[in-house]
Design a protein around this ligand. Structure first.
Ligand code: HEC
Ligand code: HEC
Length: 191
């Protein structure tokens, strides 16, 4: 708790400090507690625009934190925050969250969109985002992620603000807003 409040104070002041100043000797759990204010206890986000981290693959979390740190991936908060962590801290947090359960909260969905989204997913996305989006080492978990977050991040991809593999771009850029909406309903429907 103390670390979290210091951390938020640093964020508010817009100051990025080396993790060694304040996180020296912190355990992975202590480091990861500072993320819980936004991403939920053990990374089980209570939504709506904060992505669930618990149960995401370690590789995806680590790569993503590095992209935030370098500015390669756009962000409102995470870019500034990621700069405060060393590569070792990031690896420890990735492993901590990967070992937690991916908690899928119930979300309101439209049944006809879910059915359409399932087809769009299987035709375009299932090769990399396996098991209906439940698995993907380097692509993150989509099944049960918050709708609002998925919408934000899909828009970032479509506007090319967030980088994605060229094979994914080929598929995603060809989809209409209606297709994306169907996909989001499909992912959010999963328990
Ligand atoms: C003040 C709120 C806040 C805190 C604290 C916070 N995050 Fe985030 N996180 C966000 C937001 C908002 C996003 C979406 C990207 C953005 O706009 O910054 C995000 C996105 C992410 C993502 C991308 C998830 C995905 O599915 O692509 C990861 C990974 C992440 N955060 C890790 C962390 C870690 C690790 C910590 C603790 C060191 C942390 N966050 C602390 C708000 C926060
Ligand atoms: C060639 C493999 C591939 C295909 C096909 C693919 N993706 Fe991805 N996807 C990835 C990878 C790799 C990432 C991680 C990108 C990054 O942040 O570096 C990713 C990331 C994502 C994310 C971000 C997850 C998060 O937590 O922020 C979403 C959403 C997504 N993909 C949706 C889709 C959809 C929808 C389709 C089908 C239209 C699709 N992908 C097709 C490989 C793929």
């Amino acid at each position: 708790m103390r670390i979290k409040s210091i951390h938020l104070a640093l964020l508010a002041g817009g100051i990025a400090v080396s993790s060694s100043l304040w996180a020296a000797g912190s355990s992975p759990a202590m480091l990861s507690n500072t993320c819980g204010g936004c991403h939920g206890t053990n990374g089980a986000s209570v939504g709506p625009s904060m992505p669930t981290l618990g149960g995401q693959p370690a590789e995806y979390i680590v790569d993503t934190m590095k992209q935030f740190k370098s500015g390669e991936r756009p962000s409102t908060i995470m870019g500034r925050l990621a700069k405060a962590y060393s590569d070792e801290d990031i690896k420890a947090m990735g492993e901590f969250f990967a070992a937690k359960k991916f908690v899928r909260h119930p979300q309101p969905v439209d049944a006809s969109k879910v059915a359409k989204g399932k087809k769009v997913h299987e035709q375009n996305c299932g090769k990399c985002h396996e098991k209906g989006g439940r698995e993907s080492d380097d692509g993150g978990v989509l099944a049960g992620q918050w709708k609002e977050y998925l919408q934000i991040t899909m828009n970032e991809f479509q506007s090319k603000a967030r980088p994605m593999p060229s094979k994914m771009a080929k598929k995603l850029e060809a989809l209409s807003q209606e297709d994306l909406d169907a996909l989001i309903n499909f992912y959010a429907s999963q328990r």
